[in-house]
Unconditional design. Structure first.
Length: 209
């Protein structure tokens, strides 16, 4: 499996390009900005982007979606609860003093827990993990979990935005994300990677034991 990451935009969001090594079929997760940089990786790797997947709808994870869709034709997927904020990315960014060139025109498909996303040989399991936003999800393929802004290395997402809930976020982490195997790699929306086992033992914001 190919997994490449690049930090994009003013908030250094982790965008991930995930693809099957044999077929070159893949997805882009959380293209928050800098579409040219993302496309450079896609073209260098000779990949076909079959989907754009969002872990949640905040502007710093959405800003390059429209340009990426124009360049690849890949459909956009997100959870139903975050469609509204995805489509409002320009205004949302402005409220944080950040410029978003344009928001997506539409969301093509909805991510739903229990319904996998299959792109070529790749299959992503969807865990609905609200708390940072109402529609936050964690995307799992094999021993790789893309947690967005729900779980970071040594941290958790903010819950003081609209739709946020500290109680919901902790429940999402403890009952869903922490149900994954300890050797599963965590690919967060910001900062370095980690593992489920490490976060269970060391994350000071989540009292697992």
């Amino acid at each position: 499996m190919i997994i490449e990451s690049c930090q994009v935009g003013p908030l250094a969001t982790n965008c991930y390009i995930v693809a099957d090594e044999a077929s070159r079929e893949g997805v882009v997760i959380d293209p928050g900005d800098d579409a040219d940089e993302i496309l450079q990786i896609v073209r260098h790797r000779n990949l076909h982007v079959g989907a754009i997947l969002l872990t949640h709808g905040h502007f710093d994870h959405v800003g390059a979606v429209a340009d990426l869709h124009d360049a690849t034709g890949a459909p956009l997927w997100c959870h139903e609860e975050d469609v509204r904020i995805v489509l409002d990315a320009v205004n949302q960014g402005a409220s944080f003093g950040c410029s978003v060139k344009r928001a997506p025109d539409k969301v093509d498909f909805l991510l739903q827990e229990g319904i996998p996303v299959n792109i070529g040989p790749l299959s992503f399991r969807v865990l609905h993990t609200p708390g940072h936003t109402k529609g936050g999800v964690t995307l799992v393929t094999g021993k790789h979990a893309f947690t967005g802004d729900s779980l970071f290395c040594g941290g958790i997402g903010r819950t003081d935005f609209e739709g946020g809930s500290h109680r919901e976020l902790l429940a999402s982490i403890k009952t869903k994300i922490f149900s994954l195997d300890d050797d599963t790699t965590v690919y967060p929306g910001h900062g370095p990677t980690s593992t489920i086992g490490y976060e269970k033992k060391n994350n000071p914001f989540v009292r697992y034991y």
